[in-house]
Design a protein around this ligand. Structure first.
Ligand code: PLP
Ligand code: CA
Length: 304
């Protein structure tokens, strides 16, 4: 197993010298919930301003649009990031629907199960949609009284599902009606089973997607990590050389798998979901090239 823990200044310098492009997962790497992890601003500033590295932030969180993500970065004191350096799963889904599924922006619609982050990215891409946070979907479900049910829209060509904090039977039932049409594509933002919230684990987007997959007997096309469509879009959009790129993440089965599938080098940080024990577990077959306790350690090692 070829894996090194970065523990010295020489290793940290050698690691950074190998790469021009740094893809960072967000939660568990940059921040934990709403708290910035130690020395994060210092290492990001050093990479961007002093070493002139290309930074790209890749998150599976679809609840925010890139615009909202940018606000979060700024609020946490990271004010040197631009919107085009952020790539999250709602944006990746909008790109997929626009560029791969080639929906007709005049005539086609997407039925959304998810939050306003998804709506924001679809709007920005000029893709028409229904559903999402529409309060009419909050009504207690009745086939006869549901405006959505009684007016099923023939122009819906895609069902896009992500984490929906207001998920209910009504939304699933409408989603199913569209998924029963074989010509309608089934796309999901990401399939994370859970996501962290402080000391709690909450049900992730995968929970909603599995429900829709079960009733429709279909499988969704996922746009988030570790899906290669997201990597292809990043490579194309940023014109990056994968041999000079590294994916930094806290989750083996999404971030590290994503980096490896894309042909990038990988660095696991132990400040999020995965522990050293997980890395060396006999059940783990996704081994990163490098690991370190937290991203900020790179800064501390270099400046010691
Ligand atoms: N999905 C949701 C809703 C989240 O809140 C989070 C993390 O906060 C994630 C996914 C995972 O995000 P990331 O890929 O940045 O770790
Ligand atoms: Ca993460």
């Amino acid at each position: 197993m070829d894996i090194s823990k970065i523990t010295s200044k020489e290793q940290a310098v050698g690691f950074l010298n190998q790469f021009d492009n740094f893809l960072f997962d967000c939660d568990g790497v940059i921040w934990s919930g709403n708290t910035l992890l130690p020395k994060t601003i210092e290492i990001l500033t050093y990479l961007k301003m002093e070493l002139h590295k290309n930074l790209i932030f890749v998150s599976n969180n679809s609840t925010k649009s890139r615009e909202e993500y940018l606000k979060k970065f700024r609020k946490l004191g990271i004010n040197f990031i631009n919107k085009n350096e952020i790539f999250n799963s709602s944006f990746a889904s909008a790109i997929y629907i626009e560029k791969i599924l080639n929906v007709n922006k005049e005539t086609d619609k997407v039925f959304v199960i998810g939050m306003r982050g998804i709506e924001g990215e679809l709007r920005e891409a000029g893709i028409k949609y229904i559903g999402g946070e529409d309060i009419r979907l909050d009504d207690k479900f009745s086939v006869e009284e549901s405006e959505y049910f009684q007016n099923l829209d023939p122009s819906v060509k895609v069902v896009l599902a992500g984490l929906d904090l207001n998920i209910n039977y009504h939304r699933l039932a409408i989603g199913l009606q569209y998924l029963l049409r074989p010509e309608v594509f089934f796309v999901s933002t990401n399939i994370d089973s859970t996501f962290p919230n402080g000391k709690f684990k909450l049900p992730g987007a995968g929970t909603m997607i599995k429900a829709l997959e079960t009733c429709s007997n279909r499988k969704s096309i996922s746009c988030g990590k570790p899906n290669l469509n997201m990597m292809k879009s990043i490579i194309k959009e940023h014109n990056i050389d994968i041999s000079r790129s590294v994916m930094v993440g806290d989750r083996l089965n999404t971030d590290i798998k994503f980096g490896k599938l894309g042909g990038l080098s990988t660095l696991l940080v132990l400040s999020g979901i995965c522990s050293e024990e997980d890395v060396f577990s006999k059940d783990n077959d996704v081994v990163p090239n490098y690991y370190i306790n937290k991203l900020g350690d790179l800064y501390e090692l270099i400046h010691e």
